[in-house]
Design a protein around this ligand. Structure first.
Ligand code: NDP
Length: 487
């Protein structure tokens, strides 16, 4: 059987490359090639820049309310096609259908809807200075590049294009080579909704294509989602043309469970924050600090629920709630971290092995894995694993656990479980993280700004302030009286 070959999406349509180079995309749950994609060669790259220049000219000339109307049409189409798009995400990522069906497309559409609504409300300032005055305009940046990770491919494309397009920019988006189809579907939907050709282009390929975007002098901004190490390369490359940057990077986030917490709720949060999307979520609370008074109760319930309630298998089966990891290579990496956990002295409470479920025997599954007896300096406690591997640690002093939670160069997210309202806020205010939850974990509505402290990121996505990251302020001084000149 021949598989489809997708071309790059430039200037409103598919465009064939000249090199003929393609790459294969596999379904992580079956290990089968499901389609091929053409690499963005030099011809495509040049065409993408020309297309985006034309797209920017047309799109930025429209009023915000015209842009808003068109983007809201795209939102409706996204929602109408929810199931078709969710299936694309399941086949590309290996995540369970039960998640993609209600999260991936919906949270992407929500963000475009939110920024479409906000765009016409963005205003400048005006102030008198003597008889003269100045006013400011919020102007788009120009061509913005989006570079996405593979865990939420369509959602990331929406989160980057929503504010960028609402503010009047054009976008060239590069999805991860592992998950390229969602962004193509979004590009088609934008065209169907009436977004002019060239406003949203999709270039395909691996790191080299991303690297080209970060170095290209015609691109004004890069919004990047990926690993800290890649983020540093992106920043260094973007420095050559002093681009504006948004960086959504990795995390090793702590969850603090105090002894007055609702332990069952805290277990739910810990499981969601480690096993949802088979652990491939940037904000995951992979370091769980539990107060010694509730430690035994916590791990007993955690072990029982993990062993009884998690169903791995064909991700399209609506009963399945643990999918396959993105690739064989990533599965091996996650298993190597588990080996390190064991060799460094942590105790396996449950899991620890690759899985081969009957309904998806060739998929890249890893058992939901929980380590106890963890120490702060163990590799599994320090490094982002990006798989279903949880480390549980014990504490008995509030100040000490805050110090331990903050003892990392990462700072993406953090959570606290306690019924003491003052402690909840006191503790969360001291945690060095950009996205925090009290008695909750993982929710990220369009209205709430998200982003990292320390090496977990720069700038924010979502929330009102993100529009400022996609606009620049022009100040205009207006003289109302004769110029006083010494010349
Ligand atoms: P990577 O950093 O490996 O890749 C991210 C993107 O960058 C991919 O499209 C990749 O292409 C591309 N890329 C690779 N090298 C370069 C380069 N030199 N210049 C420009 N672009 C490049 O991350 P993953 O895809 O492995 O995603 C997992 C990581 O993403 C985790 O660390 C996770 O925490 C983080 N993440 C952060 C989020 C946040 O909001 N903070 C959300 C989701 C994930 P290709 O893959 O084709 O090689």
């Amino acid at each position: 059987m021949t598989t489809p070959v997708y071309e790059n999406f430039i200037n409103g349509h598919f465009l064939k490359n000249q090199s003929g180079d393609t790459f294969a995309v596999k379904n992580p749950a079956t290990d089968e090639v499901i389609y091929h994609v053409e690499v963005a060669d030099e011809f495509i790259q040049n065409a993408a820049i020309e297309s985006a220049k034309q797209g920017f000219a047309a799109w930025s000339a429209m009023t915000p309310i015209e842009r808003s109307r068109i983007l809201l049409k795209a939102v409706s189409i996204l929602r109408e096609r929810n199931d078709e798009l969710a299936k694309v995400e399941v086949l590309d990522t290996g995540k369970p259908w039960q998640e993609a069906e209600c999260v991936d497309v919906e949270t992407g559409a929500d963000v475009i809807e939110y920024f479409a609504g906000l765009a016409p409300a963005q205003v400048g300032q005006q102030q008198m200075v003597g008889n003269d005055f100045y006013y400011t305009r919020k102007e788009p940046l120009g061509i913005c590049a989006g570079i996405g990770a593979w865990n939420y491919p369509l959602q990331i494309a929406c989160w980057k294009s929503g504010p960028a397009l609402a503010a009047g920019n054009a976008v060239i988006f590069k999805p991860s080579e592992e998950t390229p189809l969602g962004a193509i579907k979004l590009a088609e939907i934008f065209i169907e909704a009436g977004v002019p050709a060239g406003v949203f282009n999709v270039v395909q390929g691996a790191g080299e294509v991303g690297q080209w975007l970060t170095a290209n002098p015609d691109i004004e901004k890069v919004s990047f989602t990926g690993e800290v190490g890649t983020g540093k390369k992106v920043m260094a490359s973007a420095a050559g043309s002093l681009k504006d940057l948004t960086m959504e990077l990795g995390g090793k986030s702590p969850l603090l469970v105090f002894d007055d917490a609702d332990v069952s709720q805290a277990v739910s949060a810990a499981m969601l924050g480690n096993f949802y999307t088979q652990g491939e979520v940037c904000t995951n609370c992979t370091r769980i600090y539990v107060h010694k008074n509730v430690y035994q109760q916590f791990i007993d319930e955690l072990k029982t629920r993990t062993e009884q309630n998690i169903i791995a298998g064909d991700p399209m089966d609506p009963e399945v709630n643990l999918g396959a990891l993105i690739s064989k290579k990533h599965q091996e990496l996650v298993l190597s971290y588990i080996d390190k956990g064991i060799s460094e002295g942590a105790t396996l409470l449950t899991g620890g092995k690759a899985l081969s479920p009957a309904s998806a025997p060739n998929g890249y599954f890893v058992e939901p894995t929980i380590f106890v007896d963890c120490k702060d300096d163990m590799t599994i406690v320090k490094e982002e694993i990006f798989g279903p591997v949880m480390s549980v640690l014990v504490f008995d002093d509030e100040d000490d656990v805050i110090r331990r939670a903050n003892d990392t160069h990462l700072g993406l997210a953090a959570g606290v479980f306690t019924k003491d309202i003052q402690r909840a806020h006191r503790v969360i205010h001291q945690l060095q993280a950009g996205i925090c939850w009290i008695n909750s974990y993982g929710n990220s509505p369009a209205e709430m700004p998200v982003g990292g402290y320390k090496q977990s990121g720069i700038g924010r996505e979502n929330g009102i302030e993100t529009l400022d990251h996609y606009t620049q302020t022009k100040s205009i001084y207006v003289g109302m009286s004769n110029i006083e000149s010494p010349f």
